[in-house]
Ligand binder design. Structure first.
Ligand code: SAH
Length: 268
């Protein structure tokens, strides 16, 4: 008998409206859905068809999860594994795909809006700014999962680019000391967003390297939070800003001819 496909679907950061159209379509025709905890239960239950088998993976081991997915794929054409944000970021994606491969179950992945993007959107901040930073690091600090060699926050933050730190709000003290060790100033702006995009529950805390820990303690933020350190933070209030070359009148690109002589070839 032909096996159904297991779709790993990014549910987005929390707001059920932030799932992709493709992801929602798959939920609507799913025979079975395995969702990852409270973060994504709303989307699963809102759009699942009647009779759809729905399970929470919260109390399952990896082996139980893959056994469940394989059993469902033997029974129905469309099985959805719903994960927060994007499935490829801290989502145990490959650990789950390998047993499915071994069982001959076809697998597909639908990307999702990561909480890193949703957190910056919530605060109306840009990850990149011309002549400020053009690079983003998505990382975490060491908890039970060890960091590979060369990936300590101290080393990564030495680039002074935008740094989004996942899974680390309970280790905020370590995050700030690593940033200090990387040469960030005490008044470097920082942002913490709790439950980004969750209707009615989102909290945005702005501070500096010196103040962010106390501010988060005051706001009682101890889980589901994105920590961002970036030289772009607060740029909305800057009086002068280097403009993106893409919209510069002197810059010619594929869709528009320059109205003034070009000074530089590449957009920033
Ligand atoms: N795949 C997810 C990340 C899962 S790891 C993604 O792409 O977003 C879980 C971590 O993601 C949390 O510890 C927190 O740092 C972050 N996170 C998830 N949802 C969040 C939200 N709505 N707001 C802020 N941070 C969130």
């Amino acid at each position: 008998m032909a096996m159904g496909t297991v779709w790993f679907v990014g549910a987005g950061p929390g707001d059920p409206d932030l799932i992709t159209v493709k992801g929602r379509g798959l939920i609507e025709r799913a025979g079975a859905i395995l969702f990852a905890g409270s973060l994504v239960s709303e989307a699963a239950t809102r759009w699942a068809p009647p009779g759809c088998e729905i399970a929470d993976s919260k109390d399952m081991t990896l082996e139980q999860m893959s056994a469940w997915l394989i059993a469902q794929a033997a029974r129905c054409a469309t099985v959805v594994r719903l994960q927060t944000g994007d499935p490829g970021l801290y989502g145990a994606l490959i650990e789950l795909v390998q047993p499915l491969d071994a069982a001959g179950v076809p697998v597909q992945v639908v990307p999702g809006v990561s909480s890193a993007m949703a957190s910056m959107a919530a605060a109306v901040e840009s990850m990149t700014l011309p002549e400020v930073t053009q690079t983003v690091v998505l990382t975490r600090v060491e908890g039970r999962t060890p960091m590979p060699e060369g990936e300590s926050l101290r080393e990564l933050a030495a680039h002074h680019c935008t740094v989004c730190v996942f899974l680390s709000i309970t280790l905020l003290g370590r995050v700030t000391s690593e940033l200090r060790a990387a040469g960030w100033a005490e008044d470097a702006p920082m942002l913490v967003v709790h439950k980004a995009s969750w209707p009615g529950e989102q909290q945005i805390v702005r501070g500096t390297l010196a103040t962010i820990q106390a501010l988060c303690r005051e706001a009682k933020i101890v889980s589901q939070a994105m920590i961002v350190a970036s030289p772009t933070l607060g740029a909305r209030q800057w009086p002068t800003l280097a403009k993106s070359k893409l919209y510069d009148a002197s810059f010619t690109h594929r869709f528009r001819r320059a109205s003034a002589p070009a000074e530089e070839e590449n957009p920033t």
